[in-house]
Design a protein around this ligand. Structure first.
Ligand code: CA
Length: 142
């Protein structure tokens, strides 16, 4: 795994707070597989940039700005998982692929992918048709 970005931290903090009601430095470190000192450093930066308020002994809370972006980042991650799943990507590749692409797409692309997912979900025949194209291509490539 590459070094987690600022967005990874905000996304993870948002998820932890949603799930447990709080986000501790140790939980963030574990979730992102980094050393707690890296978390402390980033959390201080996020505090300075007004995404959260960090008090050493009282933990951290997201500001409205942090919450808003956190929610969008979690939505983006979930949408991309849904997208890769619906287009037929192997389940075991989905998470890592999303981690690899999520920070590189514009919100414009995210919104259009959202449309496409919705289009495919609106009518199950569309997904079935896509699967038959995939089957045909796989057979041709053998
Ligand atoms: Ca992510």
């Amino acid at each position: 795994m590459t070094t987690p970005s600022m967005e990874d931290y905000i996304e993870q903090i948002y998820m932890l707070i949603e799930e447990k009601g709080y986000a501790r430095v140790s939980d963030i470190a574990e979730a992102l597989a980094v050393h707690p000192s890296s978390v402390t450093k980033m959390v201080q930066k996020l505090d300075k940039d007004e995404y959260l308020i960090y008090e050493k002994y009282r933990g951290l809370v997201l500001t409205p700005k942090g919450k808003k972006i956190g929610k969008r980042l979690v939505y983006r991650h979930e949408l991309l998982e849904q997208f890769l799943r619906i287009i037929g990507v192997d389940e075991e590749k989905i998470y890592d692929d999303v981690e690899g692409i999520e920070h590189h797409l514009s919100w414009n692309s995210i919104d259009r992918i959202g449309d496409l997912v919705q289009y495919l979900e609106d009518d199950s025949k569309r997904v079935t048709d896509l699967r038959s194209v995939q089957k045909r291509n796989e057979q041709e490539n053998q």
